[in-house]
Design a protein around this ligand. Structure first.
Ligand SMILES: Nc1nc2c(ncn2[C@@H]2O[C@H](COP(=O)(O)OP(=O)(O)OP(=O)(O)O)[C@@H](O)[C@H]2O)c(=O)[nH]1
Ligand SMILES: [Mg+2]
Length: 302
């Protein structure tokens, strides 16, 4: 019998690079929320990939950018911490940024930091479905010349191109050792937190401008009811009265749509009927409240 392998791989990158999409694909189920907006992921999320005799615990991290607010600082700090403890690092880059479309300064800042800490990362050039093949070679060369990468793969986390190759590469790199999680477990997020993330995803998809960034979702109660179902009550903390009325929408229409979408997805994930109740509360200073940070594993003092 060949020995088993197991370890952690951190997926880091600029906001919106496609980290959560990639982690979900590698794991084979949705463990991390995805939106078209930047700064969707707020704290490191682990998803487990089985590949042959290897178990790779993927750590999806918040996007790395120049942080200003306390929440941003905590998010970015947690991303680097995720990388520090890992057996491997994948730096995911939106290929468009290096083929003349978009801004590569955030990627460059990450490269500088990788250099500083002396890490060797795997470069995964992502979203290749959106760029001309001809531009990719020069982009790859420029990135490889930075000296911070051991390997390069070109992938589309969304469509799946190159993802098997990346999975094999990661599996082969894990140190020998016993599995860290049961083989049939794909994530380790407490179900209450997962439920809050699902609702936050629907809010991010439905709301605009700064509102999604100024709110947080908390699961208050979780109660088993008949026929295997659950009753879930959640509180959406917003930072201003004006935001509350926008989240509610005319005649409560917005919150109703968000609730329906979240309930459907949560029922699918859990495989049981879910009764979801949402409330919106103005908590002006939730971003100055230590408890709101520790609840999602972020460092309030970052
Ligand atoms: N076309 C294309 N779109 C992609 C690909 N990977 C991700 N996306 C899209 O990019 C957007 C951002 O994806 P996420 O997975 O949320 O990105 P992220 O890096 O986790 O973002 P943050 O959590 O905000 O840092 C979504 O709209 C995805 O559908 C890809 O390979 N091709
Ligand atoms: Mg993400």
């Amino acid at each position: 019998m060949t020995a088993t392998r197991a370890g952690f791989v951190a997926i880091i990158g600029a906001p919106n690079a496609g980290k959560s999409t990639l982690v979900n694909r590698l794991v084979g189920s949705k463990v991390s929320i995805v939106t078209h907006k930047v700064q969707t992921t707020r704290f490191p999320i682990r998803g487990v990939m089985m590949r042959g005799q290897s178990q790779v615990v993927l750590v999806d991290t918040p996007g790395i950018f120049a942080p200003k607010r306390r929440l941003d600082r905590a998010m970015v700090k947690s991303a680097w911490e995720g990388a520090g403890d890992a057996d491997g690092i994948v730096h995911l880059i939106d290929a468009r940024h290096w083929t003349g479309h978009g801004d590569k300064s955030e990627d460059e800042a990450i490269i500088a930091r990788l250099k500083e800490i002396g890490a060797k990362a795997i470069l995964a050039l992502n979203k290749i479905d959106l760029v001309e093949r001809s531009g990719l070679l020069a982009a790859t060369q420029a990135l490889f010349d930075t000296g911070v990468y051991s390997d390069v793969v070109m992938i589309s986390g969304l469509k799946g191109d190159g993802v098997d190759q990346l999975a094999d590469m990661l599996a082969a790199r894990m140190p020998e050792g016993p599995y860290l999680f049961p083989e049939d477990q794909s994530a380790d997020m407490p179900v209450r937190m997962l439920a809050a993330e699902v609702t936050r995803e629907k809010l991010m998809l439905r709301l605009h401008q700064e509102i999604p960034y100024q709110l947080t979702v908390e699961t208050e109660t979780w109660q088993k009811i008949g026929k295997g179902g659950v009753k879930v009550e959640q509180l959406i903390h917003v930072s201003r009265e004006g935001h509350r009325s926008i989240v509610l929408g005319k005649g409560g229409q917005t919150i109703k749509e968000v609730g329906t979408a979240a309930r459907k997805e949560l029922s699918e994930i859990l495989g049981v009927p879910v009764h979801l109740f949402l409330r919106v509360k103005v908590s002006e200073r939730w971003q100055d409240n230590r408890e709101r940070f520790t609840a999602i594993g972020l460092d309030f003092d970052a």
